[in-house]
Design a protein. Structure first.
Length: 218
């Protein structure tokens, strides 16, 4: 599902060049549940962002779902990401003029401004089902700004899953949630991997990493 060869990424700061990733290579088959670990600043978030097509490496090769991401232009890359990749970032980015339900539904409408009534109903039912999975269906009509940090984090996960992506990338997905919610979120990821989804999570949480198939340590 994911193949990387010699990925490198550097950033320039007032204090000089920082090599975040250097000649990183790995292959991840379909249906894998992978934990990405390493100390703060090791490049976990950067790696997920590159796999999601949100950043480009300085050097190397990257194939996701048999597609060379580095060969796509911005338009095709955005379309590929919307269809194939669910990305859960640490930033709680919502459209505050939309309800929780509409924020979750939004990615399913991208590229299809005039969906049929049946399609709208299908998207809505899928969104509600995801909110139920994370025990926040009762918040569907709330504005995201009224939710707690943990509740908003679960909304982000539901939104990432709405298009049924083949790859799910999660940056600290259990941050700001309690132990029981951590277990619930990781069980759902484990179930999705068992059903053939490819899951990568960047995490420091030992409980979250226990159910991973293996770890990539940066």
């Amino acid at each position: 599902m994911i193949h990387a060869a010699n990925l490198s990424k550097s950033f320039f700061t007032p204090r000089g060049r920082i090599d975040v990733l250097k000649n990183l290579s790995f292959s991840i088959p379909d249906g894998s549940f992978i934990g990405i670990t390493g100390k703060s600043g090791a490049g976990k978030s950067t790696l997920l962002s590159i796999i999601a097509g949100l950043q480009k490496p300085d050097n190397g090769e990257l194939t996701v779902n048999e597609t060379n991401l580095l060969a796509l232009n911005d338009k095709n890359l955005s379309a590929f990401r919307n269809k194939n990749i669910g990305f859960i970032s640490q930033e709680q980015s919502f459209l505050e003029n939309l309800s929780v339900l509409d924020n979750v539904r939004l990615p399913a409408f991208i590229g299809n401004s005039s969906p049929s009534e049946n399609r709208i109903q299908e998207i809505t039912e899928n969104a509600i089902s995801l909110l139920e999975d994370f025990n926040i269906a009762h918040l569907a009509q709330n504005n995201p700004v009224t939710l707690s940090g943990g509740e908003n984090h679960r909304v982000l996960i539901a939104r990432a899953l709405i298009n049924n992506p083949s790859v799910i990338l999660a940056d600290e997905p259990t941050d700001s949630v309690d132990i029981e919610q951590t277990k619930s979120i990781i069980r759902i990821f484990r179930l999705l991997a068992d059903k053939g989804k490819t899951i990568l999570i960047a995490s420091h949480n030992g409980e979250a990493l226990k159910l991973c198939d293996r770890e990539i340590r940066l």
